[in-house]
Design a protein around this ligand. Structure first.
Ligand code: SF4
Length: 508
């Protein structure tokens, strides 16, 4: 460790950078508010990543990608460090010129955050942790490197672009610049200019590279996250990825990133994409052969313990045959006879006409919006029959939502309660400038809370066995598994009580 610190220090707060065994654990940990008993629970559910002194053994995937892009851009390993957030002060010294921090939710404006705080009160753990880290960074910089710049990047940067108030809030917190979007093509040059003291605007426009030029990561990622595709481009009004076309990483890069994780002892890997089933396809189509070929390659990586995916679109599931879905499941099982992969699907509402009026026909295309509820139900059931656990997300309070739309979605959920499915609602928060509506928990009617409670009941019923199976396969010890199960039961009770109170207090 140089006495004078590193010129470039990269890190993230614990809500993005913790030693979660699985993506499932990271999702649960980041969906917390600071309301009681968060302070007691947080250190137990988000343990620090291992570090060799200050250098973190695992880092968020985006931080790893920036590290690689800087290396490609001729920044030497000795000039930068990916630091564990708990020890970031030790990485910062008089030589430090840039502290690059990643955040998924710097101002607590994300949909999950606003839903959780709307129900439980407190602040989102994501923004609270980030702001705490930032405070420590600013204090340290003031003491040893007052000229250094603090640069924010990561999936939560859209919040800085929302309005002048958001930008002011970030400046007040001590952010000097934000890097917007993917930035492998110009991050090294931007950092070089900042190091030379150039005066640059608050928002720095990142430039991505072609999929074939995305540099492989050089160290393990948190939760073994490995990027399969980026962007989506379907244009849903309420989504940050609406106008970012989907590109697919080369199979070689994906395999290399999986191997890097496994070599570093991170044997539980999660493949991330907004629509895994679209891997290797052009536009909105699917290419099952490419998906299966990728998974076959990954099945040959020695020592890989578990393999998860995150999202798939309903219409992509519909475009896969039963046999293809079964083959994907078999390959995700990595040779296990019994294995239930989970997959997140954005249904949003059972009413296609509402979805169409709220965000256009993009989501349902090429199907008739009038068939949306039926289509979603059929695809959920196909996945259940193929031994997946679909995790369905719903959005409550889409612009124009009326009582009859809520009733339609309630009936839709009721038709699935006996199936192995988890349904999770969120309250609408516009995440794009110009998008309509924002729904506060206090605005919901009793029937909307009924929908919330009915949906969450499926989640509380189905998730314990999923966690049990996946934790066992991931090598979590008996004590750890029991602890998580007990905690999960306590968490479910807390949710039930909070939802009951909300329901009681709601207007009819
Ligand atoms: S399909 Fe999903 S990821 Fe794509 S724009 Fe719509 S909500 Fe976003």
């Amino acid at each position: 460790m140089p006495d004078r610190g590193f010129p470039i220090v990269l890190s993230a707060d614990r809500s993005l950078m913790a030693a979660h065994p699985l993506l499932l654990d990271g999702m649960a940990a980041s969906a917390q508010s600071t309301a009681w008993p968060a302070n007691l629970i947080w250190p137990l559910i988000a343990r620090p990543v291992a570090s060799g002194g200050v250098r973190a053994h695992q880092a968020p995937l985006g931080v790893r990608r920036v590290e690689s892009a800087l290396t490609v851009g001729d920044v030497s390993a000795g000039e930068m460090i990916v630091a564990a957030p708990e020890r970031i002060e030790q990485a910062i010294g008089p030589a430090t010129r840039i502290v690059g921090l990643s955040s998924g939710d710097p101002l607590g404006m994300g949909m999950t955050s606003t839903t959780v705080t709307g129900i439980f009160g407190g602040r989102p753990v994501t923004s609270a942790r980030f702001q705490k880290l930032l405070e420590r960074v600013r204090r340290r910089l003031a003491a040893v490197a007052p000229e250094a710049r603090v640069v924010l990047g990561g999936p939560g940067v859209w919040q800085a672009r929302e309005n002048d108030e958001a930008e002011r809030a970030l400046r007040d917190l001590g952010i000097d610049h934000v890097v917007s979007g993917y930035c492998e093509a110009n991050i090294a040059e931007l950092f070089r200019q900042l190091r030379d003291g150039a005066s640059l605007p608050f928002v720095l426009e990142g430039q991505g590279v072609a999929a074939s030029e995305i540099p492989p990561i050089r160290g393990a990622s948190v939760m073994g996250l490995v990027e399969v595709s980026r962007g989506c481009g379907w244009g849903c009004d309420f989504c940050t990825l609406a106008d970012q076309p989907m590109i697919h990483l080369d199979e070689e890069t994906i395999v290399a990133d999986v191997e890097t994780n496994v070599a570093a002892g991170v044997a539980n890997v999660s493949l991330t994409s907004e629509d895994f089933l679209r891997y290797g396809a052009a536009g909105r189509s699917v290419n099952p052969r490419a998906v299966i070929h990728l998974l076959e390659r990954l099945n040959r990586v020695p020592q890989l313990a578990t393999l998860a995916i995150d999202h798939a679109n309903v219409v992509s599931v519909a475009a896969f045959s039963d046999e293809e879905l079964a083959e994907v499941r078999r390959l995700l099982a990595l040779g296990r006879d019994t294995w239930r992969p989970w997959v997140n699907m954005g249904v949003e509402t059972a009413c296609g006409e509402l979805l169409r009026s709220a965000s256009g026909t993009v989501k349902t295309h090429p199907h008739d919006p009038g068939d949306w509820g039926q289509l979603c139900r059929e695809q959920v059931l196909r996945l259940c029959r193929a031994d997946y656990l679909p995790m369905v997300s719903l959005v409550i309070g889409l612009p124009g939502e009326q009582a009859e739309h809520v009733e339609e979605t309630i009936r839709w959920v009721e038709s699935l309660v006996d199936e192995p499915v988890s349904i999770v609602p969120v309250l609408l928060t516009p995440v794009r400038t110009g998008a309509r509506g924002r729904v506060a928990a206090g605005d919901l009617t009793r029937r909307q809370w009924d929908l919330f409670r009915l949906s969450m009941a499926t989640t509380f019923r189905r998730l314990p066995s999923l966690y049990r199976q996946h934790h066992r396969a991931a090598g979590v010890g008996l004590a750890g598994r029991l602890f998580k199960q007990i905690l999960g039961q306590g968490y479910a009770m807390r949710w039930r009580y909070a939802l009951w109170r909300r329901h009681r207090a709601a207007r009819s």
